[in-house]
Design a protein around this ligand. Structure first.
Ligand code: SF4
Ligand code: SF4
Length: 350
């Protein structure tokens, strides 16, 4: 591992240099706020932008992705044979991803890259991606990343971690992928390792100290699933929910999708689209039965999955990185921090 000083005056030029060998993604302002998207040739990532409305999950898991194609033209030998769509899997770099969002990618990976099953679309995109993170010097009021097992200077899932030092970035190179990306940018101003570690440490401690939002999670593991499932508080939590799904779409750790086939003339494609467990249609069976036909069942499912089922299944913490996006975005102020506290402190009445 090494450290590099990157003068901000050289940043744009370095990024541009890397465009020859990488597709670049980063935060940019859109009509709907700051989001992660592919950076056109003349666009630089807005590294100073406050937290993005949407996370970088769409870089690996697009909102709509063509996954299979086939032809219905029977004059062709391969008609009606589904083939993988030719998605661009050339190297790409995500610039300015926040450490909690990089950790979220690792949580999503547990779903898409398992011993039994490897999702080729997500995994191939993941392997093609270099994550260049920007540490959070000043966490906002919704940030509870420390309670969620990550933090403003967390390195998990990153290839490079940048610390903003006003006129320069101090870059900590964490992996060979990160090293290759720094080389592609021509960033080579070696920084003193001891001094750099000390600087990172000071900034990390300051950032962590300024996080005001703490959420208890230590009691979740010992609760029994059935006790939490049957707890009386779910009606109150779900009462105001309008099942809009916003919380799931903005969440960097939500991975649910649906499949849709479309045919135009003789060409047919299969797409996968983000879906949401908050929708009544999500579990609607072809028979007409819906195991989560009532709102409270859907709201409970979302929180139980994130804060209990995932925790029990993987023993890798909760399926939430504390980014606070769902808290900020919920139109009726349902707050996962409050729900987590309620679940964590719940004792079943004897
Ligand atoms: S954002 Fe709020 S209202 Fe919308 S589905 Fe989520 S919890 Fe319900
Ligand atoms: S559940 Fe909310 S706070 Fe947690 S990662 Fe998802 S959007 Fe962020």
């Amino acid at each position: 591992m090494n450290f590099i000083n990157i003068d901000k005056k050289d940043w744009a030029q370095g990024i541009d240099k890397s465009r020859g060998s990488y597709r670049l993604f980063g935060p940019v302002t859109s009509d709907n706020g700051c989001i992660f998207k592919e950076l056109e040739n003349d666009t630089q990532p807005e590294m100073d932008a406050p937290d993005t409305v949407m996370s970088a999950k769409s870089v690996l898991f697009p909102q709509t992705e063509k996954i299979l194609v086939t032809t219905l033209d029977e004059s062709k030998d391969d008609h009606h044979i589904m083939k993988r769509a030719g998605n661009d899997l050339s190297p790409r770099a995500v610039l300015g991803i926040r450490p909690y969002d990089a950790k979220a990618v690792q949580l999503v990976k547990m779903n898409f890259d398992t011993e039994d099953y490897r999702d080729p679309y997500w995994c191939d995109a993941y392997e093609a991606t270099t994550f260049v993170g920007l540490a959070v010097n000043k966490p906002g009021p919704f940030d509870f990343s420390l309670s969620a097992g990550t933090g403003p200077f967390s390195e998990e899932g990153l290839d490079i971690l940048l610390a903003d030092m006003d006129d320069k970035y101090l870059a900590k190179i964490l992996t060979p992928k990160g090293e290759a990306y720094a080389a592609a940018c021509g960033f080579s101003g070696a920084a003193d390792e001891k001094e750099s570690r000390a600087l990172f440490d000071i900034l990390r401690k300051e950032a962590e100290k300024s996080i005001t939002s703490q959420v208890p999670t230590g009691g979740l593991k010992e609760k029994t699933i059935l006790d939490l499932h049957e707890a009386p508080f779910w009606d109150d939590i779900a009462f105001s929910c309008i099942n809009c799904g916003t919380c799931t779409f903005v969440c960097p750790t939500c991975w649910c999708f649906d499949i849709q086939d479309e045919t135009k003339l003789k060409e047919s494609s299969r797409f996968r689209n983000w879906d949401t467990c908050m929708s009544p249609l999500f579990t609607h069976h072809a028979s007409g039965h819906n195991p989560r036909g009532v709102k409270v069942q859907r709201v409970r499912q979302r929180f139980m999955h994130k804060l209990k089922y995932f925790l029990d299944k993987y023993d890798a913490g909760i399926m939430c990185v504390g980014c606070g996006r769902c808290v900020k975005s919920c139109p009726v102020n349902i707050d996962i921090r409050q729900v987590c506290k309620t679940m964590n402190n719940y004792e079943k009445a004897e």
